[in-house]
Design a protein around this ligand. Structure first.
Ligand code: LLP
Length: 385
């Protein structure tokens, strides 16, 4: 993955920094397009995973739509050139100004998460003399078998409208003349590797569609969200998720009515593997049972291990000695600032370059300047060739 030439370029840069392999991003998009194209599925890229301009431009060029969760993401998608007709806006707490921006840009659809939100969008649309397309985000109560912090489609989660509210929703929709119900939306969670969760989702979608059809409500669009996971353990062996297998589950199990369009909102699966955090070893010190490798990157550059106990492959790009175990930690004043425990690395010394892999999604975008640290720069593979 990292040639000697690339590592020698890395040595000239000040660390830590994010490094994006754009070639891998292009290949991922290519495979995604072929797999989704087979069934004529529409994919919206979830900007929340990574919204760097360079990355977004490539994704836009590949023809994906955009899935936004804030007014600023809607603005960003428009600025990059995504067609407003392909922009969806989800989120459990859309503020009035965020709704207004989206109305002004005539986005494709609001994924609405509560009865009250429907009423507010209707009022704001009346004030602007517009009609808003809405999809109901439904909580399907399906377990995605992933970390509980990134589970979204269970009854106990704050997201979506629960089935026991459907009657009220229909009543309210009947009174909201500036809303146009065009779809049903679902999203069960993130970093999902067990595809049977998606099979369960399809079965729930069929049941829910049936409920609406019984009441003569037939929508043109079904959106099943995102969540497809990546292989954090083997980024070189599996750099691109198996999109073919993923879409086949939907083709096999979801019952689409004639003319209905199926939509997806993928984030991590698109950008996760193309990003890496490159950092330097500041110190190696002896602990009680293990040595610590202390890096110049910390939870300020990549918070996922601290927040979700998530695993990222860690590689020493310059060390050559015998393999040993290290607790690989950052410089931040928090014990959770740890990238990995008992990580096997070649003998590691001050000044060695370390790569933390698969950081393209929810890496740089979740950075903070806690401890008054400055933001790490991003570099792109096309600048090194
Ligand atoms: N659609 C909706 C409504 C979402 O809430 C999300 C992610 C996505 C699509 C995209 O999901 P993806 O395909 O990327 O899994 N920071 C966490 C992940 C949070 C995901 C939030 N919602 C992490 O680092 O694992």
């Amino acid at each position: 993955m990292f040639s000697e030439m690339l590592v020698s370029h890395f040595r000239e840069l000040s660390t830590p920094f994010h490094y994006y392999n754009l070639d891998l991003l292009e290949k991922t998009l290519q495979q995604l397009k072929v797999a989704a194209g087979r069934y004529n599925y529409m994919v919206h890229y979830a900007l929340k995973a990574n919204s760097n301009d360079e990355i977004l431009s490539i994704i836009k060029e590949a023809g994906l739509g955009a899935d936004c969760v804030s007014g600023n993401e809607v603005r960003k998608a428009i600025e990059i050139g995504f067609n407003p007709n392909n922009i969806v806006f989800a989120g459990v707490g859309k503020a009035d100004d965020e709704i207004n921006i989206s109305l002004d840009h005539n986005i494709f659809c609001f994924n609405c998460e509560s009865v009250q939100e429907l009423e507010v969008i209707n009022e704001l649309a009346i004030a602007r003399r517009k009609k808003a397309n809405v999809a109901l985000r439904i909580n399907p109560n399906v377990n995605p078998n992933t970390h509980h912090y990134i589970t979204t489609g269970l009854e106990e989660n704050k997201f979506g409208i629960n089935p026991w509210e459907f009657e009220v929703v229909l009543e309210v929709l009947g009174q909201c003349e500036h809303l146009n119900l065009i779809g049903l939306h679902f999203h069960i969670g993130s970093q999902i590797t067990d595809l049977s969760s998606y099979r369960h989702l399809c079965i729930r979608v069929n049941e829910i569609q049936h409920w609406f059809l019984e009441r003569q409500i037939r929508v043109e669009h079904i959106n099943v969200g995102g969540g497809l996971g990546i292989d954090y353990h083997n980024p070189d062996k599996n750099p691109i998720p198996n999109f073919e297998e993923f879409f086949k589950v939907f083709d096999d199990f979801i019952e689409l009515r004639p003319g209905q369009q199926l939509h997806f909102e993928l984030g991590r699966a698109v950008v996760g593997q193309c990003g890496n955090l490159i950092t330097k070893v500041l110190y190696v010190k002896n602990g009680v049972n293990i040595d610590f490798a202390i890096l110049d990157a910390g939870m300020t550059e990549l918070i996922r291990p601290a927040l979700y106990q998530s695993y990222h492959t860690i590689q020493n790009l310059t060390g050559k000695g015998e393999e040993r175990h290290y607790d690989v930690v950052g410089p931040i004043c928090e014990s959770s600032d740890c990238f990995g425990k008992r990580v096997s690395l070649p003998e590691t010394k001050r000044g060695d370059l370390i790569a933390i892999r698969s950081t393209g999604a929810y890496g740089e975008i979740m950075a903070s300047n806690y401890n008054l640290r400055k933001r790490a720069k991003a570099y792109y593979s096309n600048k090194f060739i």
